[in-house]
Write a protein that binds this ligand. Structure first.
Ligand code: ZN
Length: 314
């Protein structure tokens, strides 16, 4: 086996909408706020769908195949180092921050989290919060959280489908209402919630905030770039390249091929269209919302049909 179709781990949240079930084919008894498309996170793993590994978790399959199946670049990480999600926000997510590797270690968190977003769909006036507007002291920032004026200190960035953002660990951020996002990130589930708009959860209680740890993890200086325009790279548009991941957009009109060498496994998430992903004698039918995993060294992978695909490797 060289390529595997994956079934996500689905998660609900107070802010989630119904788009991942309605438009992205996610099967769940509840509204899906996040589908963890590619995940080796313990207890929240994605599952192989079809073929000889049908029903097994991706982690089990990778353990069976050995470390080389993730590629040489994975040696410095633990487990499956990428986590790829689809996220649907009916209402805004909390204002939050993730620590970098060093801060995560210091705060006993399960790992740093640098992430990136590709906007899939959004409502007309949708926006995100992304970093502070101007450098600010931890004391001023803390009082802005307490008195509920925190959003006045943050960059409010309008978004449209296709926009891409690189959210370095430490950058304060929030996905606004009415946005569907494809998120690529380090494997970590550490989120420090700084402000939750005084909302109550289904039990009528406010969700926990992590203000002190969050401020410690925050970069309180403004970001230098916002929108990532991408750079053409062969037949791909290279969106982001960082020490944790390399992500490209593939716009397939009939047929397009990409090479997966021994350095990294690959993940392909279909954001639009319908078609087929072929690798040697293997072929997987795909449509909007599907994710396919390719082992390192899979070789030539060919996309057929009309598809927009997000390709992620280490
Ligand atoms: Zn985040």
């Amino acid at each position: 086996m060289k390529i595997l179709k994956l079934k996500p781990y689905c998660k609900s949240a107070i802010w989630g909408g119904d788009k991942l079930r309605k438009d992205y084919g996610k099967e769940s008894p509840f509204n899906v706020a996040e589908s963890w498309e590619l995940s080796g996170y313990p207890g929240k793993e994605s599952i192989v769908c079809g073929g000889i590994y049908d029903g097994k978790s991706l982690t089990e399959v990778v353990n069976t195949m050995g470390a080389a199946s993730l590629g040489t670049k994975s040696a410095k990480f633990n487990g499956i180092p990428l986590l790829i999600k689809l996220i649907d926000s009916k209402t805004p997510l909390s204002i939050q921050v993730h620590p970098d590797d060093e801060t995560a270690k210091r705060l006993n968190a399960d790992g740093g989290k640098t992430e990136m977003w590709v906007i899939c769909d959004c409502e007309k006036d949708a926006f995100i919060y992304f970093g502070v507007k101007e450098s600010i002291s931890p004391e001023t920032f803390k009082s802005a959280i307490t008195d509920g004026t925190i959003t006045e200190y943050l960059n409010k960035i309008p978004v449209k489908p296709g926009d891409t953002f690189f959210i370095k660990a430490g950058t304060i951020h929030a996905i606004g209402a009415g946005i569907t996002i494809c998120e690529i990130q380090q494997t970590s589930d550490t989120t420090y919630r700084l402000y939750d708009y005084k909302r109550l959860d289904s039990d009528g209680k406010p969700r926990e905030l992590h203000i002190d740890k969050g401020i410690e993890a925050s970069d309180l200086t403004p970001p230098t770039t916002f929108y990532e325009k991408g750079v053409p790279c062969g037949n791909e548009l290279r969106l982001v390249e960082c020490e944790y991941f390399t992500v490209s957009r593939l716009d397939v009109s009939q047929s397009l091929s990409t090479e997966i060498d021994n350095s990294s496994f690959a993940s392909f998430t279909v954001l639009e269209g319908e078609g087929e992903i072929v690798c040697g004698k293997e072929s997987v039918a795909v449509k909007k919302g599907d994710t396919v995993f390719a082992f390192a060294g899979a070789g030539e992978v060919v996309f057929k049909g009309a598809l927009t695909v997000i390709k992620a490797t280490l």
